[in-house]
Design a binder for this molecule. Structure first.
Ligand code: SF4
Length: 330
């Protein structure tokens, strides 16, 4: 990609991001554990998501991605403390009460493909019953049309018609995943949170699911794709946000992140280098415990660029939180 095309794409991305559907500011989540320990699950997350945009939130397991999504839907356990704001079309999702979230947000304004789909399905009901019930609850489809609408929803997520009358325990992980995606697409919520929607799927189904989610965004909805599948993210994302140890450490346009320029944060570069189709070189070491974060930059023990400066936490500046990014900030 030449520099002029890259600049044009950057301008389009910036314009989209400036017209935010979801605006998250300083989102912080702490879990208070017995014995006085605290888990710093998410710290100071800031990002916008525009209608028609797909933002991929990537990072290793346990970095806080799913906690962030759960916070947006008020689905955190009772020992969670949340601060900051998350404005969705005038509603602060973090401040909204349970009644508002249950009646007007979940499913209607924010769809969710949950990370553990089997756990979200009722064991005694078939997939068809789940789909028809969701069609009834979220759309104005008359009773006579619900069966067909349910079958169409299944087809959108590549869920086979032959398994519509199966119960959750009869589904493989991949089928449960597709059932969850079908349920999340019903109602066409303006914002869709898709938490690891390609887990357990073969590569061709990964591509089909990713493309269906992309179509959802192309129809004018926002898509927050939470994934460790960088190939799926590269296929459909407009921008990429990288999380490490509860913090967003880089946000970049996807074409730059996955293109020849590459990301600027050492951790983000390491994630890409670990891919089999790239250098296939894993990042040394392990992420820190979120209940025992080091002082300063949490990536420092694994970072080839670390210096004494890194004893202080770097702020997110011009899209990267690093004292020594690949391309230095002015
Ligand atoms: S702030 Fe320092 S330790 Fe952290 S990623 Fe940047 S260079 Fe590495």
């Amino acid at each position: 990609m030449n520099a002029r095309v890259a600049r044009a794409l950057d301008a389009v991305t910036a314009e989209r991001a400036g017209d935010a559907l979801l605006s998250v500011r300083d989102l912080t989540v702490r879990f208070r554990l017995r014995g006085g320990r605290t888990v710093a699950a998410v710290t100071g997350a800031d990002f916008d998501l525009a209608a028609g945009e797909c933002l991929a939130l990537v990072g290793e397991s346990g970095c806080g991605k799913s906690v962030l999504a759960s916070a947006l839907l008020g689905l955190l356990p009772a020992n969670a403390e949340t601060s900051g704001s998350a404005l969705l079309d005038g509603t602060d999702l973090l401040a909204a009460d349970e009644k508002t979230l249950a009646r007007t947000v979940r499913g209607r304004r924010v769809g969710l493909v949950p990370q553990s789909p089997a756990a979200h399905l009722t064991p005694v009901r078939t997939v068809r019953a789940h789909l028809e019930e969701t069609v009834r609850a979220l759309t104005r489809t008359p009773r006579a049309g619900r069966r067909k609408a349910a079958e169409e929803a299944a087809d959108r997520a590549a869920f086979p018609a032959t398994h519509l009358d199966a119960h959750p325990h009869e589904l493989s992980g991949g089928l449960a995943q597709r059932a969850a995606t079908a349920l999340a697409l019903i109602g066409d919520a303006p914002l869709l949170l898709a938490d690891e929607p390609t887990t357990g799927l073969d590569r061709d189904l990964v591509e089909r699911t990713a493309d269906e989610l992309r179509r959802h965004a192309d129809d004018g909805r926002g898509l927050l794709l939470i994934t460790h599948d960088l190939t799926a993210a590269a296929r459909i994302a407009d921008r990429v946000a990288v999380m490490y140890a509860g913090r967003i450490v880089e946000i970049a346009p996807a074409h730059r992140f996955f293109g020849t320029t590459g990301p600027d944060h050492p951790y983000a570069r390491g994630l890409l280098d670990a891919l089999p189709e790239r250098a296939f070189t894993p990042i040394p070491g392990m992420p820190p415990e979120l209940s025992d974060l080091p002082e300063g930059c949490a990536f420092a023990p694994r970072c080839p660029r670390a210096t004494d400066l890194c004893a202080t936490v770097p702020a997110l500046r011009a899209g990267v939180a690093c004292h020594h990014p690949e391309r230095p900030r002015a």
